[in-house]
Write a protein that binds this ligand. Structure first.
Ligand code: DC
Length: 229
């Protein structure tokens, strides 16, 4: 069967990675979470004092890019890949609110995006890949056979994020999370390079009121249609 490229883009916390990961497992594709890569660069910057009082030391980070090696290793227990920074597992550390609060400005830097896009395109050379992010259908894989643009209301996304963090035992405040979601939406859609936008040929999925099962069904139908055509 032909192996296609699937690009899933959309706002933060709208369940892109869960759906991408589930579909990848179902159809035997490789799943890559491109947001995890930007989060890993932000984590590196925080760990190396390249972000101070919210301000990024751009020159310092530019010079450090060659020292940042990001990789993924499939974790059978979680059913999805874990993220590694220079050989050390950072999957949990990149999901904290601290990283969430600093990642958007890092992801807006041209030299960071250039390097990440280069690595992402290399990962997708063979097809048979599902990648989720913000610019996958527009910049990374503009020729992807299936492009999906996912959206949900900011309040619903904040609630999902809140539930996720509290389930992990992280203390959090709903108002702060909603603010973070809205702020990230703004930065992601307004940045100069590769802003988040729907590709002209993307299918739109608003999952505000869909159950996980309904979403899965929708996605499988979209995939089936893409490989039949
Ligand atoms: O999907 P996420 O919330 O884990 O993404 C983290 C950040 O990285 C978010 O601010 C958007 C940014 N990002 C991006 O600019 N381009 C991508 N392809 C993926 C994520």
């Amino acid at each position: 069967m032909k192996k296609i490229t699937i690009a899933i883009d959309g706002y933060s916390s709208c369940g892109k990675s869960t759906m991408a990961k589930d579909l990848a497992r179902e159809i035997g594709y490789v799943y890559v979470d491109s947001g995890a890569m930007y989060r890993t660069v932000a984590l590196y910057a925080l760990d190396h004092n390249l972000i101070k009082d919210g301000k990024i030391d751009e020159e310092g980070l530019r010079k450090s890019m060659k020292d940042i090696e990001i990789s993924f290793q499939f974790n059978a227990e979680r059913g999805r890949p874990d993220t590694y920074l220079n050989g050390v597992r950072v999957e949990d550390r990149i999901r904290t609110l601290e990283v969430s609060n600093h990642v958007s400005p890092v992801a807006a830097l041209g030299f960071v995006r250039e390097e990440m896009v280069r690595q992402q395109q290399r990962m997708g050379q063979e097809g048979g890949i599902i990648m989720d992010g913000r610019d996958i259908g527009t910049t990374v894989f503009p020729n992807a056979e299936l492009k999906i643009f996912v959206t949900a209301s900011p309040e619903i996304r904040a609630q999902r994020r809140y539930d996720e963090l509290t389930a992990k035992g992280e203390a959090c405040d709903m108002k702060e999370i909603l603010r973070n979601v809205e702020e990230r939406d703004y930065i992601d859609t307004h940045r100069e390079i590769s802003p988040l936008r729907q590709a002209d040929d993307a299918l739109v999925l608003d999952n505000s009121h869909l159950t996980i099962d309904e979403q899965k069904e929708w996605l499988l139908r979209a995939y089936q249609h893409a490989i039949d055509n």
